[in-house]
Design a binder for this molecule. Sequence first.
Ligand SMILES: [Zn+2]
Length: 297
Amino acid sequence: MRFERLGILLLGSMASLIGILAIPNPWIQSVYANEQFNSEAQEVCPTPVLSRLKRHRLATGETVDSIARQYNLIPATLLGMNPILQRQPIAIGEEILIPPHNGIQVEIPPGRRWQEVAKAYHARPDVVFEINGCQTQPTVLFLPGVNWSPKGPPIPALSVLSGYPLPQPTTIQMGYGWQLNPVLGQVVFHSGLDLTATVGTPVLSVGAGKVAFAGEREGYGKLVVVNHGSGKQTRYAHLDNIGVKVGQTVNLGDVLGTVGTTGQPDSEQPHLHFEIRYNSDLGWIAEDPNPYFKVRR
Ligand SMILES: [Zn+2]
């Protein structure tokens, strides 16, 4: 679960076939019906950038520079949108997302306003508002002209998170990032990985840390949150049983609980919803756990 919904409803299968995300008009109208926008605003508002992402499959011989040139973007834009490109060599055959403009994608932390986020990045609010389709309460924003930099999203710290959250590696039911939810028929932002596992499988801490939360939370169901060093946090959701208490110190590989189906999992097949977040001025921001798994020893 933990879909942070941009609010883009679409005919998902169509989108994946075409490779370009598009918004059906009825949705736009229904949203505006609830917001204080006049008809002029509707007419001038473009389709949000994040619903106009193209897909590009990485081919042999390509580099971040060559792909950036192909789409008339700077490499930093591609690197920020696609953490997979931050590793070398690039993963041939994998798909990356191509925005129509240079910029970065940021999540709006719960309880924050998008205006605060735009300000933190020194982005002009009026431009940000329009380019994101005039949404008043977006959960994810595209900030045009802002460059991703290696100092921004932290590089995986092997020393802090070196484990796997289950006794053995398993399949990923749903990945991190923009995903088509077949049940909802929507493309939504998934803030973690859904790792297939049977109910009752032990859930393990991927690093040493302190339990920051252990209990029920809406959507997540039974949830354990562990704060690690270096501003890292991990979340383990939809648990059946919780085996730790808030404030408890845990070590790499310690059992935190067991896999369950509590909360609102995205599929009926039991899985662990696992997130990695990093601490920023804007709160705990979800990042793609895959790079950690790939470099795990
Ligand atoms: Zn999930």
